[in-house]
Design a protein. Structure first.
Length: 141
């Protein structure tokens, strides 16, 4: 047997164009198993308060993201205006602010819905009845 005298980075017994590293076997196609998400656990009587808190934090996070998106839009458009012309950032400041506010408000407008969805329908119905009762008492027998 004649050995290959050229140095290819592999061992002298390996074929000239094969890498020296061993490759992992290809994964076999099997069924995709999705893991079930664990259910949240609440103490008795505190479930609604915790769900409301989650909704409140979600709405707050959405508002913070909206402010961030608005400010980054304003900064990006201001930089673009400054590159385009002399004092461009100052000249276009009102338009850039309007575009940034549009972007920010578009994102923040979904925050109240996050808050409302956090309360269950049963609780909302009960609270509505409780709030409307003083207005209906003269009409009920």
């Amino acid at each position: 047997m004649i050995q290959n005298t050229r140095s290819t980075g592999g061992s002298p017994t390996s074929a000239p164009n094969e890498p020296d590293q061993k490759t992992a076997p290809e994964p076999t196609a099997g069924p995709v198993v999705s893991q079930k998400r664990k259910k949240r656990k609440y103490s008795r009587g505190l479930k609604e308060a915790q769900r409301f808190e989650r909704g409140l934090s979600k709405a707050t996070e959405r508002i913070a993201k909206a402010v961030f998106r608005g400010m980054s839009t304003y900064r990006r458009r201001g930089d673009k205006s400054a590159r385009r012309s002399r004092d461009g950032a100052i000249k276009d400041a009102i338009e850039n602010f309007a575009r940034a506010a549009e972007r920010s408000l578009r994102t923040a407008s979904r925050a109240p819905l996050d808050l409302v969805r956090s309360a269950s329908r049963k609780t909302r119905r009960r609270q509505t009845r409780f709030l409307l009762y003083p207005f209906t008492w003269p009409f009920s027998n």
